[in-house]
Design a protein around this ligand. Structure first.
Ligand code: TYM
Length: 329
């Protein structure tokens, strides 16, 4: 087992507001899986971010554990990477977030599209934590000096904030942080099955990693379709979205066949959906098998999290010592 910290560091996280769906899997977890073989990776369940939008205090902890199981089920391998719960390192992440917050413009945070979306979604829950969300996210990444972050397209505004903060800190106090870059997978933007926008935990109707074949079929049955036929294959809309899923789960050739069919005989969506459901389930079945193993071995999971915490804390403490000293504290 080579956990050498001389390798390039990678950090990423998933919130615990709902179970990860296939958008999170394709856009983020698949990137994590690719990188764990080569780099020094720390992957987190970011529960401090979760509480910035309405949540249930009773289900938060079980949800965090569920997501750890989803990570392990997906194939994050504790022999290759470190898995942490953000609040296990709350003092460290929050301390750096505070320092970073002191060098960043409030107006920049207020202008972020992600903040505006959340404000519109939860008009009665516009709290300081929500405004501070990108600051804490930057701290998550910079505390480990991670230059690489496997992450979906929707998080690009936050990644830009993290880069700006690294630059600003470096210019004010001397070279300290790398400017983190996103690591993108082919599934960096998974569309919603039900119309506009991306697949999202808050829109409902998502396929999660433990869904059965029947459940996947039932969700796909409700996915929006069009006539299935036209002069040109559309760039957006129901046909484009469904064929994106085909591309991601069944490959480029099958997707191209559907694109041609659209212009010729027409796509039979019932058949497309049946075939796609099988393909999605085929990818999820081994994840579900592995997940069951870890579900049945909670002590093993606790050990993995303890190890992750100890490893991460050493790095975080070192960064904080450097930051405090450079800031004259
Ligand atoms: P969260 O939980 O909203 O999303 C987790 C990851 O899934 C990606 N994602 C998608 N990718 C493709 N298609 C989609 N439809 C889709 N929906 C979501 C997200 O881009 C993300 O990579 N702010 C982060 C959590 C976070 C974090 C961090 C991430 C906090 N601190 C530090 C990386 C590094 C988030 O949106 O989580």
């Amino acid at each position: 087992m080579n956990m050498s910290s001389s390798r390039k560091r990678v950090f990423s996280g998933i919130r615990a507001n709902a179970r990860p769906h296939i958008g999170n899997y394709l856009g983020a977890i698949k990137g994590m899986l690719e990188l764990q073989d080569k780099f020094d990776c720390i992957f987190a369940v970011v529960d401090l971010h979760t509480i910035t939008t309405p949540y249930d205090t009773k289900t938060l902890r079980p949800m965090v554990k569920d997501i750890v199981l989803d990570y392990l089920g997906s194939g994050l391998d504790p022999k290759k990477c470190h898995i942490i719960i953000q609040s296990d390192l709350r003092a460290e992440h929050l301390e750096l977030a505070y320092y970073l917050g002191t060098i960043y413009q409030v107006s920049r945070l207020e202008d972020l599209p992600t903040y505006k979306e959340k404000k519109a979604q939860h008009p009665d829950y516009v709290n300081m934590g929500l405004l501070y969300y990108p600051v804490l996210m930057a701290a998550d990444i910079l505390i480990y000096k991670a230059p690489l972050v496997p992450i979906g397209q929707d998080q690009e505004p936050h990644m830009e904030v993290a880069r700006e903060m690294a630059r600003k800190f470096n210019s004010m106090f001397g070279q300290t942080f790398p400017e983190p870059q996103s690591y993108k997978t082919p599934g960096q933007y998974v569309p919603s099955l039900f119309g506009e926008g991306k697949m999202s935990k808050t829109n409902g109707g998502t396929i999660i990693l433990t869904d059965t074949l029947e459940e996947i079929k039932a969700i796909l049955a409700k996915a929006v379709t069009d006539d299935g036929k036209g002069e040109r294959f559309p760039e957006a809309g129901p046909a484009a979205n469904l064929v994106t899923f085909v591309e991601l789960f069944q490959g480029h050739d099958r997707a191209q066949q559907y694109r041609s069919e659209y212009k010729e005989s027409g796509i039979k969506y019932q058949e497309l959906k049946a075939e796609l459901a099988e393909a999605i389930y085929k990818e999820l079945a081994p994840i579900q098998e592995r997940r069951k193993y870890f579900e049945a071995h909670p002590a093993e999971v606790e050990t993995i999290l303890e190890e992750g915490k100890t490893y991460a804390k050493t790095i975080a403490d070192e960064t904080l010592r450097e930051v405090r000293s450079k800031m004259g504290l």
